[in-house]
Design a protein around this ligand. Sequence first.
Ligand code: ATP
Ligand code: MG
Length: 276
Amino acid sequence: MGWTLAVTNQKGGVGKTTTAVNLAAALAVRGVSVLLVDMDPQGNATVSTGIEKESLTKTLTDVLLDEAPVADAVVTVCDGRFDLLPANLELAGAEFQLVTRIGRELKLKRALASLPKDYGIVLIDCPPALNTLTINALVAADDVLIPVQCEYFALEGLSSLLDTLEQVRLALNPALGIAGVVRTLHDARNLLSQQVSAELEAHFGGQMFRTPIPRNVRLAEAPSHGLPGVLYDTQSPGALAYSMLADELLLRLPDALVLNLPKPKPKKTKKKKKTA
Ligand code: ATP
Ligand code: MG
């Protein structure tokens, strides 16, 4: 099993889904075999990769409730570039049903362990809550990736997220780490963005990714076309930023993991014509 990352922040609308979906696509473009897990009943990651969420016969809900093997729910998306474990509103019901089940926090971890394919990177898009679904993601993950919106109140709630990470470490997943903090909806000219960046830098130091994700309308438009922004408009500032973030993330790949990425092709150099 590859590197499993939970994209999480219990604050709503900070760019979790946009980050999970675009990183999935950008990593896939780089040759990584990727699974994106939609752990949110809103099903936004599912829709953002072109899947009609109400048409699904098997979803993550069936998997978490032991009603289907994980392989039956996985679908290939974005012209075969990567795989998705989809979700829809039924997942809210599953969360409710899980409350009374023994081992409820381990359901996703066990499901991922039974995947028939060996993915290089698994990205889990978490819901905006510190609930059983998020705990499942934190138990299944090697590391978390925390998107933080560069606006007022951005840091509010981060301490309860860090507390939750510590509780999960103590009880269920001692090795859970932080892969990094991603600044989203960033505007370099805005004083607030600069202040939030400085505070994150002070608190997280090298864990903060160097690449900020700018506010970019193409990223917001892309889901309505069923495409990640990096595939919808490859040259948009948002797409380029997520591509750089994917490169930065790959540099943080744990030593134990080796992804067999295709080597970049050497650039063809034109032979100069000999002049007599
Ligand atoms: P939730 O907590 O509801 O799951 P979220 O944290 O997953 O939300 P997103 O759905 O990714 O957040 O983003 C919230 C909204 O902001 C969406 O409409 C999305 O298209 C938009 N958005 C996210 N990132 C950007 C960006 N960099 N530029 C422009 N719009 C963005
Ligand atoms: Mg979301």
